[in-house]
Design a protein around this ligand. Structure first.
Ligand SMILES: [Ca+2]
Ligand SMILES: [Ca+2]
Ligand SMILES: [Zn+2]
Length: 308
């Protein structure tokens, strides 16, 4: 799904510490279109920081998917550099690991990027097909009975022309202009993990409200969604360690603003089947809160995921 910049001034600047990984998010640059290569290679540090944060709080045990012999798993995804559907036969992914293809793409003005989980094709033994479908979790990832999402991974595509802010030191907070790349990575990884995208999410919606028990407990009722159910409703608020912040998984982000996973975003990860070791992001080492002024929003769009 696309995330869009919103035309809002102001900044909420937070930093978060990290701990050891429980899940490894392995970024693959095979189709990066140069966005993360050569003089742009330092951008990979921001991906690694975002993946490291999420990996550190997810404690699921994901079964490996290992193609070989009569067992063949094909990863299906949109190339992040071109958007073209791609099928990688003989694909494998290690235990407790997600593979995420990343790259830059020419996008219409106003779009920052999109992300989603991958689909797959599988042939082989029943055991192998079951592992492909649910990676040792309580349900298959896809279908009307899905409650416990665990894909092989997916993709993140970023606009080649957006006015990005690449923070070269995420441990420090500073005023900046442009769109915070770190925040957008966190948001798009949320879609890879099934927020607003997976059947586990859709199976916990009623009309345009989200009914997951953890999210409902945080919000105090069904959580309003956008019409296509891909995001929290525009402007949905929650907290980061008790401090107010617009949710990460609403459809837009303010220019000059960093957004982190709020309590509501973390609760939703649990509701789609992830085991999450925290209910709040680690206490920021420093927080500055600047006044904000509303100028208007750009309407959101949805980019559909590839799914099996
Ligand atoms: Ca910084
Ligand atoms: Ca799980
Ligand atoms: Zn989104």
């Amino acid at each position: 799904m696309f995330i869009k910049p919103s035309l809002l001034a102001g900044a909420v600047l937070l930093t978060a510490s990290q701990s050891a990984n429980a899940i490894v998010i392995n970024f693959d640059y095979s189709y990066d279109g140069g966005f993360f290569s050569g003089s742009n290679s330092s951008r990979r540090q921001i991906l690694d920081a975002a993946g490291g944060f999420l990996g550190s709080i997810l404690t699921d045990s994901l079964a490996a998917i290992t193609s070989g012999g009569g067992n063949n798993f094909s990863a299906v995804f949109q190339r992040p550099d071109t958007g073209a559907e791609t099928v990688l036969s003989g694909f494998s992914v290690a235990a407790d690991t997600l593979t995420v293809f990343v790259g830059g793409q020419d996008m219409a003005a106003g779009n920052l990027g999109y992300g989603g989980f991958g689909g797959y094709q599988v042939s082989g033994t029943l055991d192998f097909s079951t592992t492909a479908a649910q990676r040792g979790q309580a349900s298959p990832s896809f279908g009307a009975s899905a409650t416990d999402f665990a894909p092989w991974g997916g993709l993140l595509a970023f606009s080649n022309s957006a006015n990005w802010y690449f923070d070269d030191d995420l441990s420090t907070t500073e005023t900046f202009s442009g769109n915070d790349f770190y925040s957008v990575v966190l948001h798009e990884l949320g879609h890879v993990l099934g927020l607003g995208s997976s059947d586990s999410w859709m199976n916990k919606t009623s009309g345009t409200g989200f009914t997951g028990a953890n999210a409902v407990a945080v919000y105090g009722g069904n959580v309003p969604l956008t019409g296509d159910r891909s995001h929290w409703q525009e402007g949905t608020q929650s907290t980061v360690n008790g401090l107010p912040q617009e949710t990460l998984m609403d459809p837009t982000i303010r220019v000059g603003t960093r957004k982190l996973y709020t309590e509501l975003d973390l609760a939703a990860l649990k509701d789609v089947g992830w085991e999450v070791s925290v209910t709040a992001v680690p206490v920021p080492s420093a927080v500055w809160f600047f006044g904000t002024a509303l100028f208007g929003f750009i309407a959101s769009q949805r980019k559909h995921n590839v799914s099996a």
